[in-house]
Design a protein around this ligand. Structure first.
Ligand code: SF4
Ligand code: SF4
Ligand code: SF4
Ligand code: FES
Length: 980
């Protein structure tokens, strides 16, 4: 097990050289071979010799400011800094001589003369590089006294909720500034002043909170002293042990070292050896983990016979027994297919696998679906059809070899921040960028990053835009003919070429449809086709459309036509929203597919599962989520087990979802909080957070990473244990003693996972990318290398079909939705953290022209109405959106973005068309009628909170919101709980 007590990972001082050529040098009398371009400091470190240092770190370019790392080099005058001196063949280097000792002690004397000597009470005591270096160089006295006049009395900036900046501890090594520039790419910090008066400044007002800082924590991580330090460390002291695990927020899948004191997290430190993040993080994974121990956590199972009845807290046995008897009753009354389940993209692979197994084997139906239905199901369909596998093709690191990048319908700096930082690094190195998005996302014009082309596509016309890009490539002789001839089906390619070459698909013909200048589009297409390695990164702005699957296929067409698949630096890369979207799809969560994307109607595949599971499986696909809702309303679908998913808030057309849920007889909700869906539930089973469980998550690169338990499940059972208990109560035995056994079963039954086990993942350093099997025992970083998974790549015709959602006189604006950095998905976790400081309500972005036409000013309350419903949001007047388009996020339930979205779906997968809703907007002074009936806390939460208030317990109330209505959409039930 990758459990560690190491406080700090080894730091080699400067980044590794990428050269494959080596030269020989001699360090302290020992001959060593090192890569050309390596620094003397790193060469020594690789040989096991640690040269003292303060301003150097191996994730930053050498800076050479502290002068502690001086060495002697034979034949050279003076004492060069080893961090900034590259090795040369035959160099003879000495790192420890009396003169060097004297010089280093002198440097340390100066530092310490301007540093408060409060080590014993300093929060970094025992974890401070300055302290370490004073010991290493043997500092014994300071001739200059200890009254350094610079900033010993400067005030601490504790404006950031997660970390503090104490200038008195700062040695002005600039590591924080360089981390913010080089690692994070935000450029929020500067060194202000000169000489002894210099200090670190964040923004004009010298306040981290008011600056451009995005609270990623890279500067805190880089700081060698306690000048920048986590507030939890100040409050709790140093950790006692640590465990490597994986972030439970987005699809980047960053590895973290959970630093613990007993069962309490002291801090989450991005793990240097994490292959998805290489020691970097964003504000969510780094700091926003407090929700796991938030007082709103529901820790007792509850049942009620009717949603108008009070909840009753019961034992696990009673809750499971009641749930099982209700499901059986419903099946005996309404038939086998009257119940189903929804798996969660936030739960582990093992948990998700078990839920689909429960539905197929214990319920005896294929009515299982996953929340990926509403985000990346078109990716699965589109990539499987064209390339043969429902997954992204690359590693994140591959972007460092790309020359031109398309970002389409994604906002990486908000939704995939750690990948965004790497992307920015590559762009600063000179790669070209094309952004295709209705909105001006940060990448269009970020510090030191500018898009070469921003194609502001009209919402709903992605397919038209990509087809016209293909037109340029096909008609201007830019197709990679050799690649296509060797790797793709010839007849399908010819049909595609004929189709895209038609005049009606030209950029000029499509200009009125897409709203994108034909000149820009032609130039962007030429750039992508001719500028070396081209890679495409896309998000939900591609998939969540009525032509989502078509657009994914258009992306694959573009990559094949330009030969951009099957090697480093290229590829088709869906940026997955939630942490385990890829995994939940891999694990057989869709009604038509068993684990590994094999169709349920395949007799051979089904027979394998039947033999292993000891049960007969249905050969017909079951219901998708929207079909479940329709069947519930029509009366044939009556029971649902919903794990880790708040479908009332996340699915479109809230009224329709609510009506469906209200029509069912037994809804079992398993979650860590009593969410909006639980208002319609009859059984509530407390879930466990990622800190409480063992298992694996699979990120957007197909990387299966270990999730490790750092604390006991707060409700007594981990999620996989609850699913097993329910299955056993239904009469289908599930007996595992550890999630590793579940993974062994997955590997036994899934060819692309056949080499995966917890042991294997540990052996490979914490993660492995599938396929991992006999042909690829160490996993597959890049797919489709010599041939596509389906053999020959298949071009698909991508005819543009306009969405039914078009602007009309009645609904003249197009609403599109997205995310913000500090919040995550429906906000259940991040709303329960200080992240609300950055985003405490969802707002409506509107172009100044549209606002002026309607007499709306910045900050006004605006009603947006679609044919599905109406909600009210505060206006943010901005040119980030184009005229005719409005935009909002969906992190707060009271915003009701999904009250407005319609039930239009992707033609192939039923993925909702969240990104295009025709609306009208008008100035109002009141919340909408549905908002007036909404309450932030559910009935049970409120009563529990009231009870705690009576007992005088400290409460952390969520941030205030503009609308403070009082009741849920349907009438709430009262609560009877042991706290009352
Ligand atoms: S805050 Fe820390 S990292 Fe930044 S300059 Fe000061 S000591 Fe160095
Ligand atoms: S937290 Fe991140 S963004 Fe903020 S100053 Fe530090 S490195 Fe820059
Ligand atoms: S980028 Fe994603 S996985 Fe990484 S720390 Fe942030 S939320 Fe977690
Ligand atoms: S570590 Fe080399 S000069 Fe600071």
């Amino acid at each position: 097990m990758l459990e560690t007590v190491v406080k700090r990972e080894r730091d080699f001082g400067t980044p590794a050289s990428i050269s494959t050529q080596t030269i020989q040098i001699t360090i302290d009398g020992t001959e060593v071979d090192v890569a050309v371009g390596t620094s003397v400091m790193r060469a020594a470190a690789e040989a096991g010799i640690n040269i003292p240092k303060l301003c150097a770190s191996d994730n930053l370019e050498a800076f050479g400011s502290c002068r502690l790392c001086l060495v002697q080099i034979e034949g050279r005058r003076g004492y060069p800094a080893s961090c900034t001196t590259p090795v040369e063949a035959g160099m003879v280097i000495w790192t420890e001589t009396p003169k060097l000792h004297e010089l280093r002690r002198g440097v340390m004397e100066l530092y310490i003369s301007d540093h408060p000597l409060d080590c014993l009470t300093c929060p970094a005591n025992g974890d401070c590089e300055l302290q370490d270096m004073a010991g290493v160089v043997g500092l014994r006295n300071v001739r200059y006294g200890y009254n350094g006049a610079s900033h010993l009395h400067d005030a601490t900036d504790d404006s950031n909720p997660y970390f503090a900046y104490d200038p008195s501890k700062c040695i002005v090594c600039s590591r924080c500034v360089r981390a913010c520039d080089e690692v994070q790419g935000t450029f929020a910090l500067t060194v202000d002043g000169r000489g002894f008066a210099s200090r670190i400044a964040a923004g004009q007002n010298d306040s981290f909170l008011e600056s451009d800082c995005v609270s990623c924590g890279a500067c805190v991580q880089a700081c060698p002293t306690s000048s920048l330090i986590e507030k939890t460390v100040i409050d709790m002291g140093q950790s006692e042990h640590s465990v490597i695990t994986t972030c439970a927020y987005c699809g980047v899948g960053c590895a973290f070292k959970a630093e613990m004191k007993g069962q309490e997290v002291v801090r989450m430190v991005p793990w240097k050896d994490g292959k998805a993040n290489h020691g970097h993080s964003c504000v969510k994974g780094r700091f926003a983990w407090g929700y796991a121990t938030h007082q709103d956590r529901m820790l007792k199972p509850m049942i009620r016979s009717d949603i108008s009845q009070p909840w009753r807290e019961v034992s696990w046995d009673e809750a499971i027994g009641y749930a099982a008897s209700e499901l059986k009753r419903i099946q005996s009354k309404y038939g086998r297919d009257s119940i189903g389940g929804i798996t969660s993209s936030r739960c582990t692979n093992e948990e998700t696998y078990l839920v689909q197994k429960l539905v197929r084997a214990a319920f005896g139906t294929n009515n299982v679906d996953t929340c990926a239905r509403v985000c990346h199901s078109p990716t699965g369909y589109g990539l499987k059809t064209t390339l043969g596998e429902s997954a992204g093709t690359q590693t994140f690191d591959s972007v460092m070899h790309t020359d031109v990048i398309i970002i389409m319908g994604a906002n990486p700096s908000a939704a995939h921040p750690v990948f965004a930082s790497r992307l920015k690094r590559r762009l600063r190195e000179g790669a070209k960028l094309i952004v295709i998005d209705p909105r001006q996302i940060e990448f269009v014009n970020a510090p030191h990053v500018k898009a070469d082309y921003h194609l502001p596509v009209r919402p709903g016309t992605n397919t038209a835009l990509l087809t016209s890009m293909a037109h340029v490539i096909a008609t201007e002789g830019l197709v990679d003919e050799a690649f296509v001839a060797e790797r793709c089906e010839a007849p399908a390619f010819q049909q595609w070429r004929d189709f895209v070459s038609r005049p009606e698909n030209s950029p000029e013909a499509m200009e009125d449809v897409t709203g994108v200048s034909a000149l820009d589009l032609r130039a962007a297409a030429r750039l992508f086709a001719t500028h070396g390695n081209g890679s495409i990164y896309y998000g939900l702005g591609v998939t969540e459309h009525s032509q989502g699957s078509t657009t994914v296929m258009a992306i694959a067409n573009l990559a094949m036509a330009t030969g951009n698949l099957g090697r480093e630096g290229v590829g088709v890369n869906p940026l997955r929203g939630q942490n385990n979207v890829q995994g939940s799809c891999d694990m057989g969560s869709f009604p038509h597919e068993l684990p590994g994307y094999r169709h349920i109607s395949d007799d051979t595949v089904r027979a394998q599962f039947e033999q292993d599971w000891g049960v007969k499986l249905q050969p017909e696909p079951g219901l998708r989520i929207p079909n479940m809702f329709d069947a519930a309303i029509s009366g044939s679908f009556k029971g649902l087990y919903c794990q880790g998913e708040d479908i009332v808030q996340s699915d479109p057309n809230t009224q329709h979802v609510a009506k469906a849920l209200a029509s069912m007889e037994c809804i079992i909700v398993q979650d860590i909080f009593l969410n909006e869906t639980a208002k319609y539930a009859h059984v509530f089973l407390p879930g466990s957070s990622f800190l409480e469980k063992d298992g694996t998550f699979t990120n957007a690169e197909r990387r299966i990473s270990r999730v490790r338990q750092v604390m006991q499940p707060k409700a007594g059972l981990a999620d996989w244990e609850v699913t097993c208990a329910l299955s056993n109560a239904l009469g289908y035995p599930m007996n595992y003693s550890h999630p590793s056994q579940i993974m062994d079963e997955i590997a036994r039954l899934t060819p692309t996972f056949s080499g995966v086990s917890f042991k294997k993942i540990d052996e490979l350093g914490g993660s492995v990318q599938w396929p991992c099997n006999a042909e690829a025992p160490d996993g597959t970083p890049i797919m489709h290398v010599d041939e596509f998974v389906r053999g020959k790549g298949r071009f698909m015709i991508t005819k543009y079909v306009p969405s039914d959602e078009r602007s009309t006189r009645k609904y003249p604006l197009l609403l599109t939705t997205g995310r913000i950095l500090s919040q995550y998905n429906v906000g259940a976790q991040t709303r329960r953290t200080p992240n609300v400081l950055w985003h405490s309500e969802d707002v409506l972005e509107m172009h100044p022209h549209d606002a002026e036409d309607r007499g709306i000013r910045h900050g006004d309350m605006v009603a947006i109405q679609s044919r599905a419903g109406e909600t009210v949001l505060r206006a943010d007047i901005t040119e980030r959106v184009q005229p005719g388009v409005v935009y909002t996020t969906f992190h707060f339930p009271e915003s009701g973005a999904n009250v407005v979205t319609t039930d239009n779906t992707d033609w192939a997968t039923d993925c909702p068309e969240y990104k295009v809703t025709a609306v009208q907007a008008r100035l109002v002074s009141e919340p909408s009628t549905w908002q007036a009936g909404w309450s932030r806390f559910s009935d049970v939460q409120q009563s529990l909170l009231d009870g705690r208030q009576r007992e005088g317990q400290k409460l952390e109330q969520p941030a205030a919101t503009p609308a403070q209505p009082a009741q849920p959409i349907t009438e709430p039930a009262p609560i009877l709980s042991s706290q009352e």
